[in-house]
Design a protein around this ligand. Structure first.
Ligand code: FAD
Ligand code: PYC
Length: 419
């Protein structure tokens, strides 16, 4: 009680002072002329990389994160925050499960509430083949140590009473996979938590700093050009999501990536009606309900390529139709806001965590429509890669070389709705 009074008092006091005496969450610093390691991209993945690098590998020296906009303002700010690890193949289940375990301890580790809510995720099955695919994935998950269950239609109805499970629907619900430890987390909180923790470990976080060129000599990265001036560095990690191929081009590299818009929207706020996350690949839509009471809704990528963070109206119409197919009662709910992000999609729907033909230049990209859940895990393994100069056990399968060797890890089924 005393704490609450104190908070209210300090809120009023600081409010009247225009927040001027508030301690900033991270330090604003000027760009230095050289760094030991530079991370390009201040989204969740870039910030997590910086944090784990500074925390676990302090010997690497001075680290900077360069962000062309504001920290966490890219896809990290634009996603629908689903966190789960129920992927099909061992390599991807391992990295997403590693990430989920980090999520589970993240609030404590960062001393910042990332608002992980393990409310479970359902992937609905509507055909016999859907159910066979679900059973295959759940069996694989059992072998991988990932919590997952197959539910029949009655069990789904008991857990989600609002879902229309009648057999007369065009897409009747035959069952679902259910991962109870999955759920949602807060997009801004995780970016800010990592930013604050990285800054406290001495990482320079530079906002409004766009990388515009790379200085490469004799196959080794020597520096970067930015809108704030040139800097020298011999180790660079690019973590730029939808703009990764733009950065690769600066180094004369071609990444197997396509950049697509991916949209989402939220409804007006209402009483809590949905206490879990529901996804349907076949009907092609997904939803959850935010803590503010908004329905958070999404579906698939816009099929054309582009960098406009918007998306086209027919995708909104299709998504709304899918949600109404599953929940006819939501047809009268008004939609409040819509937005888009630019996702970097690989041919096998799996990320690229890799060194490149340029010495000292590394890429962590291709998370496409599913990288929010990977934020801590991706940052953790990429930090190891930047420190050690090569892959570790969890990242080695995600080398860009797999597109030459043919060792693809096809996760289109688990990426599901969005791809
Ligand atoms: P970003 O947050 O995009 O960060 C990359 C940063 O790089 C940006 O801030 C950008 O400004 C910066 N940058 C780019 N170029 C330069 C440059 N030249 N110089 C300096 N900085 C640069 N994933 C899930 O797991 N669950 C979901 O429910 C989910 N839903 C989604 C819904 C939508 C609508 C969208 C768009 C995505 C969704 N995703 C989801 C995917 C997820 O958002 C991304 O995979 C993840 O956030 C990528 O994080 P990031 O840090 O790599 O990218
Ligand atoms: O990867 O779970 C996911 C997801 C859902 C919506 C977008 N991505």
């Amino acid at each position: 009680m005393r704490g609450q009074n104190y908070s209210l008092w300090s809120l009023l006091k600081h409010g009247f002072k225009n927040h001027q005496t508030w301690e900033p969450a991270w330090e604003r610093v000027a760009l230095k002329p050289s760094y030991d390691v530079v991370i390009v991209g201040g989204g969740g993945h870039g910030l997590a990389t910086a944090y784990y690098l500074a925390k676990n590998h302090p010997q690497v020296g001075k680290i900077a994160v360069l962000e062309k906009g504001y920290l966490g303002g890219g896809n990290t700010a634009r996603n629908t925050t689903i966190v789960r690890s129920n992927y099909l193949w061992d390599e991807s289940a391992a990295i997403y499960e590693h990430s989920l375990k980090l999520w589970e301890g993240l609030t404590e580790d960062l001393n910042f509430n990332v608002m992980l809510s393990q409310r479970g995720v359902f992937n609905l099955g509507h055909t016999l083949q859907d159910m066979r695919d679900i059973e295959r994935r759940v069996n694989a998950n059992a072998l991988q140590g990932v919590d997952a269950h197959v539910l029949n239609a009655q069990e789904v109805k008991e857990k989600i009473p609002q879902l229309d499970c009648s057999r007369s629907r065009r897409f009747p619900v035959l069952g679902a996979s259910w991962q109870p430890r999955a759920g949602v987390a807060h997009h801004d909180a995780v970016a800010r938590g990592f930013a604050r923790a990285a800054s406290r470990l001495g990482v320079d976080l530079i906002e409004g700093c766009e990388v515009t060129g790379m200085d490469i000599q004799n196959g080794q990265i020597r520096g970067l050009q930015t809108n704030l001036g040139a800097i020298k560095t011999e180790r660079v990690g690019c973590v730029a999501a939808g703009h990764s191929s733009v950065l690769a081009k600066m180094a004369g590299l071609r990444m197997p990536l396509e950049s697509h818009p991916l949209q989402a929207f939220v409804s007006e706020s209402m009483q809590r009606v949905i206490d879990t996350v529901i996804m349907s690949n076949a009907v092609h839509g997904y939803l959850s309900q935010s803590d503010k009471g908004e329905l958070v809704i999404g579906a698939g990528i816009d099929s054309y390529l582009g960098y406009g963070q918007r998306g086209s109206p027919h995708v909104i119409e299709h998504t709304a139709a899918a949600i109404i197919e599953l929940f006819p009662q939501f047809s009268r709910v008004r939609m409040n806001r819509q937005w888009g992000g630019i996702v970097d999609v690989t041919p096998d729907a799996c990320p690229i965590i890799s060194k490149t033909a340029v010495q000292g230049l590394f890429f962590n990209c291709g998370w496409g429509t599913g990288g929010f859940k990977a934020t801590p895990g991706s940052g953790h393994v990429f930090a190891d890669m930047l420190a050690q100069g090569g892959p570790g056990p969890l990242s080695k399968a995600f080398s860009v070389d797999r597109f030459h060797t043919g060792h693809l890890i096809d996760e289109h089924g688990a990426a599901g709705v969005a791809h």
